[in-house]
Design a binder for this molecule. Structure first.
Ligand code: AMP
Ligand code: MN
Ligand code: MN
Ligand code: MN
Length: 292
């Protein structure tokens, strides 16, 4: 059984529609795929329809932008009730932060000689609620200013580059509680991806586990083999679920092909058990895993 628990569609910053993403996951030989767009559940319905058509198990998730001690932490929330008001409000604040950041990025770009307006970005971004830097990159590419998203990030958009602008992210502790109340389970995405372990070392993860964290994404392209081994050891010590996934973004991010990392079926089964327990405790109506 091949399981990929972290992918993006055009509902956020992937380049495939949710239906295209699900068909590609099926074509890549996956048995289970999670759709985890940034800060939105907008892609879920279309993905569910496509999953039923092609016959692949779909896990509905969200990759939520959070912060812990000023550090950005991406939280994968699986199978929460998407109608739970505190969750909706929490996500809306993040989405508002994304919208507020866009004009600020464009102002910086204009000073640097890249003349783009909000409409240029909206045009390439389509319907997404989660407008982000990759869409700004796509607009720069469409105007012929740059080659690809990689160049846009390394020269302009990454932290420390001249067009970088911060945005709001939800407090991690609060979001862990909200996801649990919504009947979902939480997994930290690429915990050692962009920084040293810091607050995501064994002690930090143990503290987060006490307030509702269920797992860590171990096998991710941002982790080298040593990081994976260490993190797997910590997950095993603490009894956290260890996941693996592609973080696929369609053509938007190279080296993240569907199924390039996968989740062990036993770990997946544990995650589903924890999700079922969280759903029962919450008494919310949570999404089922669509099994073909
Ligand atoms: P944002 O969500 O607007 O803060 O932008 C962050 C997103 O940009 C991440 O979710 C990544 O998917 C994407 N990203 C970061 N670096 C790169 C890169 N070098 N190439 C393509 N996409 C990137
Ligand atoms: Mn992304
Ligand atoms: Mn991420
Ligand atoms: Mn991601």
């Amino acid at each position: 059984m091949r399981i990929d628990l972290h992918t993006h569609s055009r509902a956020s910053d992937g380049t495939q529609t949710p239906a295209e993403l699900i068909r590609a996951a099926h074509a890549a030989g996956l048995d289970v795929v999670a759709i985890t767009d940034h800060d939105t559940t907008e892609g879920w319905a279309e993905a569910a329809k496509a999953a039923e058509e092609v016959g692949i198990a779909l896990v509905r998730g969200i990759e939520i932008s959070t912060k812990l001690d000023g550090l950005s932490v991406h939280l994968l929330a699986y199978l929460p009730d998407p109608t739970y008001t505190p969750l909706l409000e929490g996500l809306q604040k993040v989405l508002d932060g994304r919208n507020a950041r866009l004009p600020a990025i464009l102002a910086k770009l204009r000073e640097l000689g890249f003349d783009l307006d909000v409409e240029d970005v909206r045009r390439v971004a389509g319907e997404t609620a989660a407008i982000g830097r990759p869409h700004v990159a796509d607009a720069l590419i469409a105007k012929g200013f740059l080659r690809d998203r990689d160049q846009a990030f390394s020269e302009l958009l990454s932290a420390g580059r001249p067009a970088y602008v911060q945005r709001y992210a939800a407090p991690l502790n609060e979001m862990l509680r909200i996801v649990a109340e919504a009947g979902g389970v939480s997994v930290v995405a690429h915990p050692w991806g962009r920084h040293d372990p810091g607050p995501m070392g064994e002690e930090g993860l143990a503290r987060l586990q006490e307030i509702g964290l269920s797992g860590v994404e171990v096998d991710h392209q941002d982790h080298d083999s040593q990081a994976r081994d260490e993190l797997r050891g910590i997950a095993s010590n603490l009894g956290l679920v260890a996941t693996g996934s592609s973080d696929h973004h369609g053509a938007g991010k190279s080296g993240h092909d569907l199924g390039c990392n996968t989740t062990d079926p036993d770990e997946y089964a544990r995650l589903l058990e924890l999700a079922a327990a969280a759903a029962a405790r919450s008494e919310r109506r949570t999404p089922e895993v669509l099994v073909p």
